[in-house]
Write a protein that binds this ligand. Structure first.
Ligand SMILES: Cc1ncc(COP(=O)(O)O)c(C=O)c1O
Length: 397
């Protein structure tokens, strides 16, 4: 019997099974950022620097395991009560509750009123995906399903890196791909102004005004990727005003809370302003950068709803979506972050670790600026290096 099946399969494999089945699958170009990392690793130059992936490095150009994370890991390892059972579909409740407070504020009325739905996700990418998927199914689109993304945004191809390093140019990963994958068409709004190497505030406002009512706008909560250009508080207020008047929906992506200024509350300011103004929104949150937990994939999606009843319905649908995609989120990273957020001592220690990282980034920017200008007298204006914030420096003509 087995021989007969093998005979049949070998007969087929010469034809349909191998030759024809996947012959229309085109070869995709490699991911530009991760290919750059591979090229960096293969390079033997001793003073090499990887300017691709947005991951923090210490003074020795090494990844930094936060001391508070080491401490929390030791606590978890010695906790006999822990097991490897599944987490609930929406994740570890102690984690999601604390994560919501971290971004929305411990005293957030929206949390107190039971209007916030929080779901643990596969880091910030998973939060973006789940948020996009939810909108694709349930958002009341005013016309075609479209999301407005800043130009540029996370994952836009790095056109200025030679194609022999990056392979075929033209890929547009991350934000664009995440929305396109769930049937939402990405369109761009003006954000970066090459003339000022800063924010194209008027262009941004015009785009908000010009979009049909109830459009979905993705806004970077702080430390915009890849420009490092954020609106000022006054500009945020003006943006919020137009969003309110046009009844737009805000899709906040917050991957760098604490990294922009070194202060968790300050970096959450725009999100909290929008919640306070009662604007409809969701927030994608990542602990990859601010807790140095890149590979643990710890994140959350928070949907702020108008009332508890709506929140319950939203939560029920997010659970259904999550169940069909990942069943349950992973436990280890969420336990680590939960421990840090819920223990006053560890929380203070984490804030100090964040200041160490943000402080170093700010210092490196100043030093690079000083070297380029005072020491090397490099022609041109390099002020954007110190004016932009977070991990990214961006200048494109
Ligand atoms: C703007 C933005 N959103 C989301 C993410 C998601 O990162 P992760 O999935 O590692 O949390 C990143 C990471 O670079 C980012 O820059």
């Amino acid at each position: 019997m087995a021989d007969r099946i093998k005979q049949l399969v070998s007969h087929l494999s010469g034809t349909v099974m191998t030759a024809e089945l996947w012959q229309d699958v085109p070869l995709a170009p490699p991911d530009s950022i991760f290919q750059l990392t591979a090229a960096y690793k293969a390079d033997t130059f001793k003073d090499k620097v990887n300017l691709g992936v947005g991951a923090y490095r210490d003074n020795d150009n090494k990844p930094w395991v936060l001391p508070v994370v080491k401490k929390a890991t030791a606590i978890l390892l010695n906790d006999e009560s822990l097991d490897h059972e599944y987490l609930p579909i929406t994740g570890l409740a102690e984690f999601t509750t604390a994560a919501a407070k971290l971004i929305l504020g411990a005293d957030s009325p929206a949390i107190k009123e039971g209007r916030v739905v929080s779901v643990q996700t596969i880091s910030g990418t998973g939060a973006n995906h789940l948020g996009a998927l939810f909108l694709s199914k349930f958002y009341k689109w005013n016309g075609p399903a479209r999301v407005y993304l800043s130009n540029p945004t996370w994952g836009k191809p790095f056109n200025y890196i030679p194609s022999n390093i990056l392979g075929t140019e033209g890929r547009s990963a991350n934000h664009h791909a995440i929305f396109r994958n769930v049937g939402i068409e990405p369109v761009e709004y003006a954000y970066y102004d090459p003339k000022t190497i800063g924010l194209d505030f008027n262009g941004f406002i015009d785009a908000l005004k010009g979009a049909p009512e109830r459009s979905v706008f993705l806004l970077h909560a702080c430390a915009h990727n890849p420009t490092g250009v954020d609106p000022t508080p006054e500009q945020w207020k003006a943006i919020a005003e137009v969003i309110a008047s046009k009844k737009h929906y805000t899709f906040f992506d917050c991957a760098y809370q604490g990294f922009a200024s070194g202060d968790l509350d300050k970096d959450a300011w725009a999100v909290r302003l929008f919640v306070e103004l009662g604007l409809p929104l969701l927030v994608c949150q990542s602990f990859a950068k601010n807790a140095g937990l890149y590979g643990e994939r710890v994140g959350a999606l928070h949907v702020v709803s108008p009332n508890t009843e709506t929140a319950n319905r939203v939560k029920s649908q997010l659970s259904v979506l999550q169940r069909s995609e990942i069943s349950n989120p992973p436990s280890h990273g969420a336990r680590l972050v939960s421990l840090i957020l819920n223990d006053a001592g560890l929380f203070e220690e984490w804030k100090r670790d964040i200041q160490t990282m943000a402080g170093r980034i700010i210092e490196m920017r100043r030093e690079l600026h000083r070297l380029l200008t005072e020491k090397l007298q490099t022609p041109g204006n390099w002020d954007h290096i110190v004016n932009q914030i977070g991990m990214f420096r961006y200048a494109r003509a």
